[in-house]
Design a protein around this ligand. Sequence first.
Ligand SMILES: [Cu+2]
Length: 115
Amino acid sequence: MKTVKIMLIAIMAMVVFTNSNAQTGTKATATKTETIKVSGNCGMCKDRIEKAAKVDGVSKADWNKDTKILTLAYDPSKVKSDDVQKKIAAVGHDTEKFKADTKTYNGLPGCCKYR
Ligand SMILES: [Cu+2]
């Protein structure tokens, strides 16, 4: 009976160990790539959008002024897509989910007014 108990504990310990190991393994390597529509016009917009998007956890932010698509590569355990979109909206550019407030938008240079 005692041997069975020890074996059971050993098996349980192994399961817990393997499980936690697998979780840290996936978290360390996972990079999510997403495309998000972001409003803007020119090269200045591109710089502004990409600068705002490059927060901690974002490994790539590339905005195309012709397609208005931002390609974002990030670590989901460090940052959320919504948080990045909020940062972009905060500098004056509308995203799929978040709109820039009028005051910030009005402060953009003339060539960057997309509305
Ligand atoms: Cu612009």
